[in-house]
Design a protein around this ligand. Structure first.
Ligand code: NAD
Ligand code: WQD
Length: 336
């Protein structure tokens, strides 16, 4: 059985569906600090399968003990964590506490219960600014905010633990910019409060919840002056995890792997793609750069293709179409 921490969240919920479709048995552990039980319910509906769900904190070692005793956990996919860059600057201690202590608790549980495989949600944010593009896994690392450091330090924790425990296999999956939603329109990204990322801002502007999209700077050294990122469809990302589970069954050691598409898209290109696919206009205004943003970030995905036999397949049109379908079908997210 695979233990999915943070399985009620945005990427976790989509991954649960793909794992179930591939025939894996799963259990979910989530404290619903940034998600809702409704997401898990909908995963079960889409998959036509049920699975054990534990409400609680990954840092709760007694709860981990209970879960590992109740099930034969062969692999962990560790999504749970706090993820808002700006918030991490305001409440760094909470970020270090949650994100690092959950990584440590899982290492202890693995050792105690002889689980040898773990897949960790890392991020392109571990790469230092100033690397040549595309970023490959050998690019220089280093962070500029507490959230990024929690990913960097968790990678180090898992790497050292794997060195000390023979037979452990760790995949450090460095995601680029996940967007999109399940094609059913039943699950998707449901940010609590004001969104942090571009796509929820676009869809919430399009639906009229936000007056105008603020485009953070048009004076970057990019073709149209706006920031360029590697957006990846969340279902492709979810399938990357299924490929990583199989990879970890066959390999040992620690492997950092980028999951992106390899394509860069600017903010204005994204808005134009959205308007073209949906026919809905997105009022916008150019404002100052957002502190901490970089001009361009996109991945080399050659290692994922080589090691996992995985490649993103969905187009930018699929990403905007599915994001819009989710937003439109659930104007208030999972909240009724
Ligand atoms: P999300 O907030 O939707 O999902 C995280 C889930 O973990 C939530 O359901 C939350 O309730 C749960 N959680 C948080 N702390 C917990 C704890 N201590 N115990 C139990 N559950 C806890 O976020 P997401 O976008 O699905 O991201 C999943 C992972 O991927 C995170 O680790 C995030 O840092 C990483 N990541 C996300 C992105 C992105 O842009 N979405 C990019 C790179 C990496
Ligand atoms: C994308 C582009 C913005 C909002 C963040 C984290 C990163 C990873 C993914 C977790 C940039 C521009 C955005 C808006 C805008 N998360 N933008 N107006 O900053 O690349 O990455 O999420 O690991 O760590 O930093 O993503 O979606 O916030 O921004 O113009 O209202 O859209 O300036 O160029 P980012 P994003």
């Amino acid at each position: 059985m695979i233990l999915v921490t943070g399985g009620a969240g945005y990427i976790g919920s989509h991954t649960c569906i793909e794992l179930l479709a591939a025939g894996y048995e799963i259990a979910v552990l989530d404290d619903y600090s940034n998600s809702r039980p409704e997401a898990v319910k909908r995963v079960q509906e889409i998959a036509g399968k049920t699975f054990p769900v534990y409400e609680g904190d990954v840092r709760d070692e007694a709860l981990l003990d209970k879960i590992f005793k109740a099930h034969d956990i062969s692999c962990i996919i560790h999504f749970a964590g706090l993820k808002a860059v700006g918030e991490s600057v305001s409440i760094p201690v909470e970020y270090y506490d949650n994100n690092l202590n959950s990584s440590l608790a899982l290492c202890k549980a693995m050792k105690k219960h002889n689980t040898t495989r773990l897949i960790f949600s890392s991020s392109a944010t571990v790469y230092k600014d100033g690397n040549p593009m595309p970023l490959d896994e050998e690019s220089d690392t280093g962070c500029t905010n507490p959230y990024g450091w929690t990913k960097y330090m968790s990678e180090q924790i898992f790497t050292d633990a794997a060195k000390a425990n023979e037979g452990w296999t760790i995949a450090l999956l460095r995601y680029f910019n996940p967007i999109g939603a399940h094609a059913s329109g039943k699950i998707g990204e449901d940010p609590k409060g004001i969104p942090n990322n571009l796509m929820p801002f676009i869809t919430q502007t399009a639906i009229g919840k936000i007056d105008k999209l603020q485009v953070f700077g048009d004076d970057y050294d990019t073709p149209d002056g706006t920031g360029v990122r590697d957006y990846i469809h969340v279902v492709d990302l979810a399938k990357g995890h299924v490929a990583a589970v199989a990879f970890c069954e066959a390999q040992s050691g620690v492997h950092a792997i980028n999951l992106g598409t390899g394509n860069g898209t600017s903010v204005l290109e994204m808005v134009q793609a959205f308007e073209k696919v949906t026919g809905v206009s997105v009022p916008r205004q150019i404002v100052a750069r957002r502190p901490g943003d970089i001009a361009t970030c996109y991945a080399s995905c050659a290692k994922a293709e080589r090691l996992l036999g995985w490649k993103a397949e969905k187009t930018l049109e699929d990403m905007v179409k599915d994001s819009w379908f989710w937003q439109n079908s659930n104007p208030n997210g999972y909240e009724e």
